[in-house]
Design a protein around this ligand. Sequence first.
Ligand SMILES: [Zn+2]
Length: 547
Amino acid sequence: MIRKLLAALAALCMTSAATADVLVDNVNGYTIGADGRLIRFGAMLVGDDGKVERLYQRGEKVQRTKFRFDGKGRTLLPGLIDAHGHVMGLGLNAVQLDLSDTKSLAEAQSKIAAYAAANPTPRWVIGRGWNQEAWGLGRFPTAAELDSAVRDRPVWLERVDGHAGWANSAAMKEAGITGKTPSPAGGQIEKSGGQPTGIFVDAAAALVGKVVPPALPRTRDQALDRAQDIMLSNGLTAATDMGTTPDDWLVMRRAGDDGRLKVRIIAYGAGVESALAIAGTRPTPWLYGDRLRLVGVKLYADGALGSRGAWLKQPYRDSPGARGLSFVTETELLNIMSRAAMDRFQIAVHAIGDAANAQLLGAIEELANTYKGDRRWRIEHAQIVDPADLARFGRNGIIASMQPVHETSDWRMAEARMGIERLGGAYAWRSMIANGSPLAFGSDFPVESPNPFPGLAAAISRQDPSGEPPGGWLPEQRVTLEQALAAFTRGAAYAGFAEDRIGSLEKGRWADFILVDRDIFDVPTPRQLRETKVVETWIAGKKVWPS
Ligand SMILES: [Zn+2]
């Protein structure tokens, strides 16, 4: 008992010795004010609690402190917050075998063999990113070619586009695949001479995928560490985890318990069951010094536009007769949302197509009569909205949680799917602001890169990295850099009930900030904004990256 007490005291002394007021001096600082306007400052005083004490204008006399950090005139921004990402997905992708840079089958084979040797613990070797076109192979690779790299353990590798998987013989054996296994609806088992070749296209991939064991706890811990490094190196000090499973939560809790949780995670349970399993009957408190909280529930109203799963009011132009997938009936949606709202979970619903957005807006309008108070209903993506429905976003304080890079990645595909005449309310950032809908920006990582600077560039230009289309796509929906930065900081914090803690640099907020290699408000082109590099990332007044 006494030993425990002494240890606790020692720990206390150490932390207080390590912290004291710090003056972050000589910076070109920016933050977004409560009115949405840009605030500039030249120095920032951070208290020994890791929170902002005050900002100083440039040239203003600063308080003397024991510790002074010289920013050397560099540009300082609030830590960026991704309002919609998938933290474990980012990390798991990063720790798996990545074949996307291989130029030949032989190079891929040696990379697979080396990875398997370096990672002996997981029984299955899992990876992705292969592309037989990039190898100049002119055909799919085979199980036998994979066996020559790894024979004694199952190997399962997803193609670069996610539409095919490549298995070795051990993996097919474990999945019970033989020459007699029929191809499922919507998929194809590639065969040669009646025998499976090792390639499983689309729905057939699930035949192998379903026997792949879930990642080991150790692998998941590594994945979270990697995800945090990737976030910090990109200037993200916090992220919303859209669809946290109970397993994910345990990984995050382990990191918090071990003192490995550096970034702040605002979690939304993957469906009501996950939220209830994680949090019981109400959102959790903030844990680990405001680094982890489960605040709400993530639900789905439809699919995605690329696979024609987005639910549309009128048929797809490039697939007449098809209107996409409605995931839930009106009644089901109302029931699940009520179930979550009863326990005061915040509700975030994925809606891409104009029919799904309209259905969800209707559900919120109905529920808002019953579930009153500060609810902050969130619509995730809000990609294709009927212009007639845009104004409904501003009512009931609905948050538009949008991803600027989706617009620059998708505009050609959106035109093919629907035709430009039906896209008047597509990726309509400026309309959301004009209608009074709080705007939160994110990237949907790992679907897109977690780097927020391409997002900022897309938001102000509506041009992709190659400058297409000239003048921007539906350019009237561009926002200003101030508005875009606000959506990536204050807006993203507000969207997660965290604006009293993060999202701006002002008295009482955590001193979460980044130093970057250029003055983003003084770059002439979107390209220069996109190429901004993060130099240092600080959380709670301490430098956490590079470590
Ligand atoms: Zn997502």
